[in-house]
Design a protein around this ligand. Structure first.
Ligand code: AMP
Ligand code: MG
Length: 424
């Protein structure tokens, strides 16, 4: 039996400066990293199905790749020790070697072999001179001094992957190059972690689903679609539970169902202080849940905890706040739960086109449009930054991250920008 997971109070006591009512983004991230478990189950899948999946074990190379020293160029293979220091080198052509049809036999002193890229190096030969440097007459190859050094244009056995060495490490999210590596080891299948199951639903009596008439005072549920998109991009299995009415029985059933079928449950809406709805209360009765106010903008309220064995992320309802909270807290947590090694996102440094007002003491994620400027980048904020303005996420191509301590930003100052490419 493994030890029971730590309680939320125990985790909180490990996070220095923990204050649920004004929690800095970094502390919230640290808490969540301590909270989330990792899926253990492993399955074997064919190479193509492994794209984007998490490698379960270190992949130890069973072969040297390439298996033999071979030619990196079309030309003539020779002994580096026979290259003349000055004047021409003249060698007799003993035969030829092609990729897949090696030269058999051992060339003697003063001999070379016509060779093509990928052909196995003939015994005793260690250098390839590219064909454009060689004059061929009456079965002899002549090359001038200084065009190659001993050992040039030869690929070493095992230089790509060495037998017995790890070719890929556990936790790797497999990319196209990795599928190629698997193939070059001759492996048809690979062990990956089970896909994480993530159930999600929207809460709020004002929400209507697409296809329904929009009643007076209502809005269409857009979070269902942004969340679905972000989860798909992350490579997890989304379980879409739609809109759940603000009704205690309906909410309780949805939470129980979600927690029984998923590794993580994501909700949007209903976690702000003073919400008239039942979401917070039901979360509290069904599980161990904390309600935070994060020192960030957009996206201040966040509920975090466990219901049954599932991790709960209660995101705010505003459409931009949902997305920003997802990138700030949920992305890394779900990757960790999937068994993936940490994958910090690359940031650009871009000069701010305008002055920006910013209060120290909270992290802001403003939507920006990054463009090239000379050798570097510049960024312009996309107009109004209201957390209900989803279009700001759509027109932006990155999030400008204004750190906790940052104050007002003068025009021209360098800013950190998280590009959306590869993220959304
Ligand atoms: P809440 O966090 O429940 O107070 O919601 C904050 C704002 O976000 C309100 O204006 C809601 O109408 C809006 N909102 C909540 N959930 C959604 C959703 N799924 N789609 C679009 N807007 C939403
Ligand atoms: Mg609400």
């Amino acid at each position: 039996m493994s030890a029971p997971p730590p309680t939320l109070a125990q985790i909180a006591s490990c996070v220095s400066g923990y204050d649920p009512d004004a929690l800095p983004v970094a502390q919230a991230q640290e808490f969540i990293a301590r909270l989330v478990p990792r899926v253990q189950a492993v399955q074997r899948v064919p190479i193509r199905s492994a794209l984007g999946r998490v490698l379960a074990h270190d992949l130890i190379s069973t072969l040297d790749v390439p298996a033999h020293d071979n030619a990196a160029m079309d030309g003539y293979a020779l002994r580096g020790s026979e290259l003349a220091a000055s004047g021409d080198t003249v060698l007799r052509i003993a035969g030829r070697g092609l990729a897949g049809t090696p030269f058999e036999g051992a060339p003697g002193p003063g001999e070379c072999v016509r060779i093509m890229t990928g052909a196995v190096m003939p015994a005793g030969l260690d250098t390839v001179v590219p064909q454009e440097f060689v004059r061929v007459e009456e079965g002899r190859a002549t090359l001038p001094a200084g065009v190659v050094r001993a050992g040039d244009n030869r690929r070493r056995a095992g230089e790509d992957l060495a037998k017995g060495e790890p070719a890929l490490h556990a936790g790797r999210v497999l990319r196209p190059a990795d599928l190629g590596l698997l193939a070059s080891l001759g492996q048809a299948e690979v062990a990956v972690r089970r896909r994480l199951r993530v159930a999600f639903f929207s809460t709020g009596d004002e929400l209507r689903s697409v296809g329904e008439p929009l009643d007076e005072g209502c809005v269409y549920d857009s979070n269902r679609y942004t969340l679905w998109g972000m989860l798909r991009r992350l490579g997890v299995e989304p379980i879409d539970m739609g809109v759940v009415r603000d009704d205690p029985a309906a909410l309780e059933a949805a939470f129980r169902d979600a927690a029984a079928n998923a590794d993580a449950v994501i909700t949007s809406g209903g976690v702000s202080v003073g919400e008239a709805d039942h979401t917070r209360r039901i979360m509290n009765t069904l599980g161990e849940v904390l309600f935070w106010r994060i020192a960030m903008r957009p996206g201040r309220p966040l509920a975090i905890g466990r219901i049954g064995n599932a991790v709960l992320f209660g995101l705010p309802g505003n459409p931009v706040a949902v997305m920003v909270s997802f990138y700030a807290f949920v992305r890394d947590a779900l990757l960790a739960m999937s068994g993936a090694a940490p994958q910090p996102l690359p940031m650009l440094r871009a000069a701010s086109l305008r002055a920006i007002r910013k209060k120290p003491g909270r992290t802001e994620f403003q939507r920006g449009i990054v463009t090239r400027a000379g050798d570097g980048w510049q960024v312009e904020i996309t107009g109004s930054q209201g957390s209900g303005i989803l279009r700001s996420m759509s027109v932006a191509n990155g999030l400008v991250v204004l750190g906790h301590e940052q104050g007002d930003v003068p025009a021209g100052a360098p800013l950190d920008v998280l590009p959306f490419d590869g993220l959304i």
